[in-house]
Design a protein around this ligand. Structure first.
Ligand code: ATP
Ligand code: MG
Length: 632
């Protein structure tokens, strides 16, 4: 079947379609009802079916592929590589699960995991899944304040952390951050399980509360912990969104629907099957890490690579070296990461043997054309943009080479994936937008399997935040989009990233795209700044591929301005261009436009708790004090 037939089947006969997909996983008890939609917009898939994510990701593969590699952990921070077969993984997960049980963790208990992107993190997640505990992974390196907020929301029975992480060779002690978070928290768990990596010899331990994993696990070295079967709709995990636009939301995901959706996506979208190798450069702290570093590849019986380190250390060829070494078939990364590599010679990519590599998928933010073109030229392989959210758990828009490779259109993440009834509708009237007309991207419920069940402990926020925007109950993505006559969808940025210049509504993303097309630019952020005359004017903050003196900066700034004027017209012409060495981003690599805008208007930058590099904010402040490189 080609793409159209599959998609149509999923929309016209969702129950038949998903019943068939559900056969790809192991059910202890098969589902009694495929879809229960008696309480819209809540929906339940595979009702009455009993399954377990850990069983499907680990135990199920032992017979046929016990000696095949399951997880490869490569760390350029510690210089270590760990290779675990499915049998090794089974052993580690069972031991870990036994330790969890010894700490009185069981079905339905929450466990906050605050670990670096290591094999141990994946093992901890799978161990929770095995015993029916609900994990909530918090990106390692978030500050204690962020961690405390998430602890208060999830109310965990246990927190799992490491002594330390490492970034660019610099050890970042985690344990003191955890101790601080537990002091800030109103719901601290009774125990903290500490995985000592030997990075921080000073790591503090609180007797009675803190448990050393190496010590605790010796008694359970050969444990076999029975799988806790869960009804398909019981919660599997909680994951907080990036917090780009406000207070993070605790996305709650089920087990059965998630497993089925991931199996479909591994096959149809990422084209990775048993015995093949997938390398996603994300972190376990994000949704991509959950779906395509851990659960997806393991459910599929594939090999997954977990990389801890920077993409440019020891040199910008490190990822491609890993691809060549392990015969990676499908790679998954982000536009931010590619832009970081784009500052270096493409030869760092070309010099490696990438004959096994079939695709590079990119997601997380808009993929601008120059970045897409650069990496496509460097790799000589298809670069596939895919669009989704923490909430959806798997792609909403993508091309599906596992089914049929449709032509790519630069700037578009492609076509709807199975089960997603997508519409682009006018923000005010709620009517469908015509082809090439801008609107809000919405999903007609019921949401397909894999998408969030609700917001943890907060059904009202789920209803109001996602379904409360239009007269009809439609799930709003809160992203702008247009669709062309072939059904390709283009994402134009977040619906709150629109500026109004003298009555013209402009998407900051369109202007960014135009700025980025100017050759000297590495990365650009565009925001709207209030203006007495025009309401708002576009202001650009950009980094250059090569740093230069004042004259070079002024020249580049002028070039960007002319490019925008030429591409989008005088109305979009940036009022000011500031050239900086770094842009403020969240830890997940997304631009913090909201903070940039506040600073540019002399206001308080607001909640900066998800900010990655405080230096970038300083850069912006200094640039503002110094004055623009072009404009007044
Ligand atoms: P929060 O919801 O807490 O503000 P967030 O939206 O950044 O944070 P994520 O769920 O990690 O958290 O990101 C999803 C968003 O990322 C999408 O809604 C969209 O704005 C953007 N995005 C993801 N993939 C793409 C893509 N391929 N093209 C354009 N934008 C994308
Ligand atoms: Mg979001």
């Amino acid at each position: 079947m080609g793409y159209e037939a599959i998609y149509r089947h999923s929309i016209e006969q969702p129950e038949a379609f998903w019943a068939e997909q559900a056969r790809a996983i192991h059910w202890r008890t098969p589902p009694k009802q495929i879809l229960d939609y008696s309480r819209p917009p809540f929906r339940r898939w595979f009702v009455g079916g009993e399954t377990n994510l850990c069983h499907n990701a680990v135990d199920r593969h032992l017979a046929a592929r016990g000696d095949q590699l399951a997880i490869i952990g490569v760390s350029t921070e510690t210089g270590q590589t760990r290779e675990l077969t499915y049998r090794d993984l089974y052993r580690e997960v069972n031991t870990f699960a036994a330790v969890l049980q010894s700490l009185d963790v069981g079905k339905g208990d929450r466990v906050v995991i605050y670990l670096p992107h290591t094999v141990e993190a994946a093992v901890a997640m799978l161990a929770c899944a095995r015993i029916g505990a609900i994990h909530s992974v918090v990106f390692g390196g978030f500050a204690s304040h962020n961690l405390a907020l998430r602890i208060d929301d999830a109310q965990p029975k246990l927190l799992i952390c490491a002594d330390a992480g490492s970034r660019g060779g610099k050890v970042i002690p985690y344990k003191p951050l955890v101790d601080e978070a537990l002091e800030l928290s109103s719901a601290p768990p009774p125990h903290v399980l500490v995985i000592n990596r030997g990075l921080d010899p000073q790591s503090p331990m609180t007797p009675g509360r803190d448990v050393d994993y190496a010590t605790a696990s010796t008694a359970h070295a050969n444990a076999d912990v029975p799988v806790q079967w869960l009804e398909s709709n019981e919660p599997g995990y909680i994951l907080y969104t990036s917090g780009t636009t406000g207070k993070p939301k605790g996305v709650q995901r089920d087990v059965g629907g998630y497993a089925v959706a991931l199996m479909l996506s591994m096959k149809m979208i990422y084209d990775v099957g048993p015995g093949q190798v997938m390398f996603s450069t994300s972190d376990v702290g994000w949704v991509v890490g959950h779906s395509y570093n851990v659960y997806g590849p393991l459910l599929a019986g594939a090999t997954t690579i977990l990389y801890e380190g920077l993409p440019t250390v020891p040199d910008p060829g490190v990822w491609w070296d890993i691809c060549a070494r392990y015969g990676v078939r499908t790679m998954f990364s982000s536009p931010t990461a590619v832009r970081a590599l784009k500052k270096f010679d493409a030869d760092y990519i070309r010099r490696h043997d990438l004959s096994a590599l079939q695709y590079l998928f990119l997601a997380g933010e808009p993929l601008d054309e120059p970045t897409a073109q650069w990496i496509q030229d460097a790799l000589g392989k298809p670069v596939i943009d895919n669009y989704w959210q923490t909430e959806t758990g798997w792609p909403v828009l993508s091309l599906m080479p596992g089914v049929e490779m449709k032509p790519t259109k630069l700037g578009s993440p492609g076509l709807p994936t199975p089960g997603y009834r997508l519409r682009v509708i006018d923000e005010t009237t709620g009517e469908d937008a015509a082809a090439h007309e801008k609107g809000v991207l919405v999903i007609e419920p019921p949401l397909p399997p894999g998408c969030l069940s609700t917001i943890w402990g907060n059904d009202e926020r789920f209803l109001a935040g996602y379904f409360g925007h239009f007269k009809q109950p439609l799930y709003s993505s809160l992203d702008w989009a247009i669709r062309d006559e072939d059904g390709y969808t283009f994402i134009l940025g977040r619906s709150d990233d629109v500026i109004n210049v003298a009555g013209h509504r402009l998407g900051t993303r369109e202007i960014e795209e135009s700025v980025s097309s100017y050759g000297a630019v590495a990365e650009a952020a565009v925001i709207g700044v209030s203006d007495e005359l025009k309401g708002q004017v576009p202001v650009v903050f950009a980094t250059l591929r090569q740093t230069g003196d004042d004259a070079a900066r002024a020249e580049a700034a002028k070039g960007m301005r002319q490019t925008v004027e030429h591409n989008l017209g005088a109305v979009a012409r940036p009022a000011r261009v500031y050239i900086v060495n770094a842009l403020p981003k969240t830890r997940s690599g997304k631009l913090l436009r909201r903070s940039l805008q506040a600073l540019a208007q002399g206001a308080d930058p607001g909640d900066l708790s998800t900010l990655d590099d405080p230096g970038a904010l300083e850069e912006v402040k200094q640039a503002l004090a110094r004055g623009p490189d072009v404009g007044g």
